[in-house]
Design a protein around this ligand. Structure first.
Ligand code: ATR
Length: 272
């Protein structure tokens, strides 16, 4: 039987994962099928079990199930442990391996695709939710001069920083960002999903090389618009991160690294 994979989320109708993995499979000559499952409200573990019972080999997990997916793992990776969330599962016999590729997908997009190495740079990460939890370890591993995390709920960010205790990681409230500037500014809040902008002062963009919006396909969000007004050299949304995290999962499952460029090009919606 063809190896089966799927993405699970609720709602799931908007997902691009079957398209992305289908293109990867075609390009690498891998025999697999990749579907989409609308997770049920109260029985995520049952949904996963049914997929495994029907021959499922691995899953991608999207909102709102990433925390529950992590709790099903018998072998979580270090990244998944810090994030307390999994975006990919692999089923090996009785074992459930859990990974979180969101952060390394984001890092690879920023460094490799967009050409902005973090090493020696001042980086601002907005938010302290699941997306930031996934990004912290990979970002710190890229050795920025300083990584500042800003969040409305300061305590949430402080707890995260305390868990990591990294000398280059600092937490600031939004008002304390006034007058500060950064090389790279990443919006990892969920503000853009409701058309809002995190209360970040315009000064953070002074001289910035890149403003990155994790949301994908929303055009120029209020965050990116502010960055554009401040003449940030490069603006990007999360399409590259989406494809890169998928490529990490594909390689983890299949042992083959797909070329991401053609898939990113195909999915890119111009920022207007
Ligand atoms: P995700 O998994 O997408 O990170 P989450 O865990 O619910 O989602 O976290 C959402 C993040 O976006 C939080 O950091 C939240 O800030 P608070 O912790 O202060 O609530 C942030 N966020 C959401 N809407 C925001 C807004 N309008 N302005 C600033 N931050 C916002």
């Amino acid at each position: 039987m063809t190896d089966q994979y799927a993405v699970i989320g609720r709602p799931i109708s908007h997902t691009k994962s079957p398209l992305i993995h289908g293109l990867f499979a075609e390009a690498t000559g891998q025999q697999l099928s990749y579907g989409a499952i609308e997770g049920s409200e109260g029985d995520f573990a049952g949904d996963v079990q049914r997929f495994r019972d029907s021959g499922g080999r691995g899953m991608n997990i999207t909102a709102p199930f990433k925390l529950q997916a992590y709790s099903l793992a018998t072998q979580p990776s270090e990244r998944a442990r810090l994030a307390k969330a999994a975006n990919a599962l692999r089923f090996d016999g009785d074992q459930v391996l859990a990974e979180n590729f969101d952060g390394i997908g984001l890092l690879r997009d920023i460094q490799h695709n967009l050409g902005n190495p973090l090493a020696g740079k001042r980086v601002l990460l907005l938010g302290a939710g699941g997306a930031v939890r996934g990004a912290l370890l990979p970002f710190l591993g890229a050795e920025p001069a300083q990584l500042v995390m800003a969040n409305r709920d300061l305590r949430k960010a402080q707890v995260l920083a305390w868990e990591l205790k990294h000398p280059r990681l600092e937490v600031l409230g939004y008002e304390a960002l006034e007058g500060e500037h950064f090389d790279i500014v990443v919006n990892a809040t969920s503000a853009s999903l409701t058309g809002e902008r995190p209360p970040v002062p315009a000064s953070v963009f002074n001289g910035a090389a890149l403003a990155y919006e994790l949301a994908y396909g929303k055009g120029l969000t209020p965050f990116l618009r502010l960055a554009q007004e401040q003449r940030v050299a490069q603006l990007a949304d999360g399409v590259g991160m989406l494809v890169e995290q998928a490529a990490e999962a594909f390689e983890w499952w299949r042992g083959v690294r797909p070329d991401t460029r053609p898939v990113i090009d195909r999915l890119t919606i111009p920022l207007v």
